[in-house]
Write a protein that binds this ligand. Structure first.
Ligand SMILES: [Zn+2]
Length: 417
């Protein structure tokens, strides 16, 4: 038997050289392949008589392996009328299939979990000899399943308050959300109140609206009923805002371009003269370094600062045109409008006595978040003796000697854009 096999291999090798030159195109595999094979077709249908006189039917092997046209799978074998069987080891099939098996990856989204599914894959192959083969296999992958989350019909997010009264032009601290949410804040009417991404609500005009916080993932929400009203005692006359009759000019409330008293008001000028005289009597020398400034001159000053420092920095120490108190004719920068004035005998005297002459230190220490300006010990504002004393007494009552005009009237000072 062994001898016969050797003979066949020798003959096949010879036949191979012949067969390759024939027109049939059929390939004879090399002898390293130990697979079984059969010959189909005319040219190969030959017999050979060996030297012992035995007739050996040639059974050449072909390479009619299926060419996979789809994803093959384990156990797939090409079969067909004219295709020769190709026997592959399980390891080889595993290797082929693992190379061709589709990789399916999916992440669950919308809160849904991926579902394992088994899919039957049909495989079709075509043999070199013209035969076709089919087979089936399976693969297991993870398939993405998208579900649409339903919007809850009742608010489920708990807020620190569910209703709020806000004055026009003021901002209320954000409502604290209890729980871990990816917050998205929206307003039902931006003409009444707006809200930023942190939940800070700003009153725009009188009216009512709803502010809603929604969790981006679950769509749970919470709501605040907002009522926007005019501040008590706040009046607007010809574009100028007054609080209890005191003219207000800050980052929230601007003066019209046309508001121009032409200099310090008479009351302010006279009060300052008295102040300077009283200081002189105590050996303190005070003078007006900068008083009235028109809208146009403030515009120049501010634009210069923006040019040299950038707008963000300029906004911390210089007012935008229309927002400067110097345009009121009731504000004065005393002596030396710079940080070096702080702590001087003049600054200390001014802080102690200005109220007696109807002035307040307009931008006190530690109140930058409220006034919108850093501490300016040199900038005084005339409000009249009566109001200056009211504000001072209110500060004492609240235990805050640095009380601001904004805190006294309950207004804020924030640029609206
Ligand atoms: Zn000033």
């Amino acid at each position: 038997m062994k001898r016969k096999t050797e003979k066949i291999i020798a003959l096949l090798t010879a036949l191979c050289c012949m067969a390759c030159t024939t027109a049939c195109g059929r390939e004879i595999p090399n002898s390293n392949n130990n697979s079984e094979f059969v010959v189909t077709g005319g040219d190969a249908d030959k017999s050979v008589i060996d030297e012992d006189g035995e007739t050996i039917m040639l059974v050449p092997r072909t390479t009619a392996a299926a060419e996979y046209t789809d994803t093959p799978d384990l156990g797939t074998t090409a079969t067909g009328k004219n295709a020769s069987l190709v026997t592959r080891s399980k390891e080889e099939l595993d290797r082929i299939n693992s190379n061709k098996k589709p990789t399916v990856t999916a992440k669950p989204s919308g809160g849904a979990s991926g579902v394992l599914r088994t899919t039957v894959v049909k495989v079709t192959g075509t043999g070199v000899g013209g035969g076709t083969g089919t087979g089936t296999g399976t693969y297991v992958g993870t398939q993405a399943v998208t579900t649409t989350a339903t919007t809850p019909s009742v608010p489920t997010i708990q807020l620190s308050y569910t209703s709020a009264e806000i004055w026009v032009g003021t901002t209320k601290d954000y409502a604290i959300v209890t729980g871990n949410y990816i917050e998205e804040w929206t307003t039902s009417d931006a003409n009444i109140a707006t809200v930023d991404q942190f939940g800070n609500i700003t009153g725009v005009s009188e009216g009512k609206c709803k502010i809603r916080v929604t969790d981006k993932n679950t769509k749970e929400y919470g709501e605040i009923d907002v009522n926007v009203v005019k501040p008590k005692g706040i009046q607007e006359v010809d574009g100028v805002t007054y609080a209890d009759g005191i003219l207000i000019a800050n980052k929230t409330y601007a003066l019209p371009k046309t508001y121009n008293p032409g200099g310090l008001t008479n009351d302010t000028y006279n009060a300052f003269q008295s102040l300077v005289q009283a200081a002189a009597n105590s050996g303190i020398s005070l003078w007006n370094a900068s008083g009235f400034r028109s809208y146009e001159s403030q515009e120049q000053i501010y634009n210069n600062y923006v040019y040299t420092h950038g707008q963000a920095t300029a906004d911390t120490f210089s007012a935008r045109p229309g927002h400067s108190e110097h345009q009121t004719g009731m504000a004065i920068d005393v002596n030396n409008p710079s940080d070096s004035f702080n702590g001087t005998p003049e600054a200390i005297w001014l802080k102690e006595h200005c109220v007696e002459y109807g002035f307040i230190i307009r931008y006190p220490e530690g109140k930058q978040e409220i006034t919108g300006y850093k501490y300016e010990p040199w900038h005084i504002r005339y409000v009249g003796v009566e109001m200056a004393k009211k504000i001072r007494d209110e500060g004492i009552a609240r235990g805050d000697v640095n009380i601001t005009l904004e805190e006294y009237f309950g207004i804020n000072s924030v640029y609206q854009q």
